[in-house]
Structure formats: structure tokens, C-alpha cells
Design a protein around this ligand. Sequence first.
Ligand code: KG4
Ligand code: ZN
Length: 337
Amino acid sequence: HKPLVILGIESSCDDTSAAILKDDTILSNVTASQAIHEQYGGVVPELASRAHQQNIIPVVDAALKKASIQLKDIDLIAFTQGPGLMGSLVVGTAFAKSLSLAINKPMVAVHHMHGHILAHFINEGTPKPHFPFICLTVSGGHTQLVQVNSPVEMIILGSTIDDAAGEAFDKTAKILGFPYPGGPLIDKFAKEGNTTAFIFAKPQVDGYNFSFSGLKTSVLYFIQKEVAKNPNFIAENRADLCASIQATILEILFKQLRKVAKDTGITEIAIAGGVSANSGLRAKLEAEGKEKGWNVYIPKFEYCTDNAAMIAIAGKFLAENNDFADQQISANARLPF
Ligand code: KG4
Ligand code: ZN
């Protein structure tokens, strides 16, 4: 058969990314991250939008070059329609629509969170999850337990009632004085620390939902109290603080994951989203999988945080389902799951 070449475009938050997928193999996956937000302690939407406008053409160009693909070879354009920051989403959406018109090729509109989950189907020579599987999707904006029945049929079983898991990492990191995004730094320092050095609040939440705002408050009050007594408290206890915070976040996640696995009887368990890059989470899922007899699926590092490869593979499934977008489509910051 003639291979299908898909250009994926992702611009929902602060990463501008373009990827070329040929059938189910990634030929290139190029991402421009925006360092500008570090100094503000979070993503500034207006700055993100402007940076996407500057980055989108060079990033697409680089992805094409790296894959040795020309514009005329593209069969399908897959872009992130939402959810995310409106000013960011419109850049990718407008670019995809213009390119679709210019090269006269169809396009598909991808849900960002479906992309994170479907990244598991990129061909890496490793086993892929079998349907139905459970995916714990943990990112900077979302925390969801999803039952994935097929690439186009997914049901949310539980989600956060306040902060996302990534926000729990980033907000507690900010309390410790780390730059944004602090999640990867907590991960790094936690490796040297004792997970039970400090005890932080864990919520009681109904069903399969999550809550992280109590943890954030508990860390804030604890740090304020200790720093008042010893101004060097954070520096002297950095590794133990990070290890204890991370362990609490992971325990909150796993409590609900275990419940879902038990109640559904599903033993195919995957993780996805930016926080699935966390080494503690990856190790805990491996260990728990061995203990419970789960088959666990952990995305390759580069497909955890926002990237266009996951948008391209999700686009492939939409096209197979004949779910194409037309020129009337617009970005949707609150795109329903
Ligand atoms: O999926 P993603 O790139 O963007 C969103 O869609 O939100 O996720 C970004 C989130 C941030 O909160 C970041 O701190 C977190 O993922 N993150 C991590 C790690 N790498 C990224 N959190 C903990 N440990 C990590 N290694
Ligand atoms: Zn994401």
C-alpha cells in the first residue's frame, strides 16, 4: 500500500511542535519550548501565543527537513483543536487550515488529551496496550482516569476536582522556590531523598476523583512554619521535601488507580501526559504492575510532555474513522472530551 504521511501540529500551551508520521512510525518530532515563562512562575498566555506565531513555520520546516518530506508528500494534517489556551490553540488551528487550503489536503482536529493517550500507538517496537485499557492521564492541566475502549471511544471514570497532578508538582515546587515548571526539578531532587521524612495531607475523595489543593496548602503552611524557625530549612531538607511531596502525589494517584483496576477488572494499565515523565511514577507503576499482575505501558520519555507526534498518531485514527474537519472548524479552549 502507499504509506500515509501525516503532519502533526501541537500548540495548546507553551510548546510549539510539529511531527511527521509515516503509517505508524515517527520520522521527526520537533518542539520549540518557550523559556520566556520561567521568570513569571507560570505560562503567560499572551506571550505563549506570540511565541507560537514566531515558532510555527520554522518548527514545521524543521520537521519536514528532518523527515526528508516535502509539503507535496503530506497526505493529512492533524492539529490540536483543544483544550488549552485559546491564544495558543488559534495559532496551530489557523496554520493547519491555511496549509490544508494551500496544498489541498484533508485535515483532522485532535483532542489534546486523546493525543496523550494515543501516543502509546506510535510504533516503537514495544508492546501496545490492548483494548479496553485504563489510562492514568496526568498533565499540567488535567488528571484523569480514562477507560479506553478503542482509539475513538474513551470514557472518563474520574478526574481532579481542583488542581491537576502537574499543578501539584509545579505549585509545591514554587513554594520551595524552584522556577517554572518545577515538576522535573522535584523529580530530580527526590531521587536523593527520604519519601517518609515529612507527612503531608492526603484527601478523602469520592469515587475515582482526585484532589490536590489540600496537599498544596499543607506544604505551604508547613514550609512557612519551619522557615520562620530556620531560614535555611528548605536548602537543608531539599531532597527529603521533594521525595515526600512526590510520594504523596503518587500515593493520591495510585489510590484511585488501584480502585479502578479492581472495580473494572481491567489489567492493562497505561500512563500518559507530562507527569508520566516522572521517574518515581514510572518506577511505581512497574513495581505495582508486578505485584498486581497488570500489564503496564509507559510512554517513551519524549512522548510524555506535549509533542506533535501524539497528535499525528491520534489524527491517523480519526482519519480511519472518517472524522475529518472542514474550513469552518475553530479552536476550542474547552473542547469536550
Ligand atoms: O502534558 P504536558 O507537557 O502539558 C500539559 O498538557 O499540561 O505536562 C506538563 C506538566 C507540568 O506540570 C510539568 O511540571 C509536568 O508535566 N512534568 C513533570 C515531569 N516532567 C514534566 N512532573 C513531575 N516530574 C517530571 N519529571
Ligand atoms: Zn499535554
